[in-house]
Design a protein around this ligand. Structure first.
Ligand SMILES: CC(C)(COP(=O)(O)OP(=O)(O)OC[C@H]1O[C@@H](n2cnc3c(N)ncnc32)[C@H](O)[C@@H]1OP(=O)(O)O)[C@@H](O)C(=O)NCCC(=O)NCCS
Length: 181
């Protein structure tokens, strides 16, 4: 997959590309930082205790599989956001999967999330396998909901107690987008 350039709202340019194994250390640092910036992720600060080797394998696995994708967005050489879509391995579920997205707080609201979503959906349409993109998002995550609504994701149901953060449960919408080539 080729890298693409996107102009952001502040006129800076972001480069979006597939992650490569040599990104492993930088991605781990990035995840360590962003998990401390928001309560909306499935993982909290310091929870990703993966060694570099495991991260390299994760990246390679996503690169090799026809129903997985790991995208990195860079601004001026710095990782500013990532999006990962993981398809199921079982034959009857291989056409389905869930994605996660996170942008560094310093770059929120510039259109980077939009650019990553566009790239994932375009890839899904030509993947030859992906027919449904799903995700779970906290019902109070207004910014993410506005992004997903814009792309036509449907709120298919509410999953109660999906997240437990600082001793409080939070419900999530189960959202989905059907993909037709
Ligand atoms: C959610 C997230 C991925 C969005 O990325 P982003 O780069 O800020 O998204 P964009 O700039 O492309 O678009 C955000 C949209 O939200 C809107 N928005 C911004 N603040 C908002 C708010 N407080 N309430 C509602 N909508 C808001 C923006 O107007 C924009 O829509 P528009 O382009 O139609 O104006 C990013 O904010 C993030 O990483 N958040 C923390 C982690 C997270 O919540 N991940 C998703 C878990 S499911």
């Amino acid at each position: 997959m080729q890298s693409t350039e996107t102009q952001l709202r502040d006129r800076r340019t972001a480069m979006i590309r597939e992650a490569v194994p040599d990104d492993a250390v930088r991605l781990l640092h990035y995840l360590d930082e962003v998990t401390g910036e928001t309560d909306f992720l499935a993982m909290g600060p310091g929870e990703l205790n993966w060694p570099e080797e495991k991260e390299r394998q994760f990246i390679e696995d996503h690169h090799r599989a026809d129903n997985k994708l790991l995208l990195v967005a860079e601004i001026e050489g710095q990782i500013a956001g990532i999006l990962g879509y993981t398809g199921d391995d079982r034959p009857r579920l291989r056409h389905t999967g869930e994605f996660g997205i996170t942008i560094s707080r310093a770059f929120w609201g510039l259109g980077l999330g939009t650019a990553l979503m566009q790239r994932m959906i375009a890839w899904a349409r030509t993947s030859g396998i992906v027919r449904k993109i799903g995700m779970r998002v906290r019902t109070d995550n207004e910014r993410a909901l506005s992004l997903y609504d814009r792309f036509g994701f449907v709120r298919e149901g509410v999953v109660t107690r999906q997240f437990a953060v600082a001793g409080r449960f939070h419900d999530a919408y189960l959202m989905g987008l059907e993909i037709d080539p």
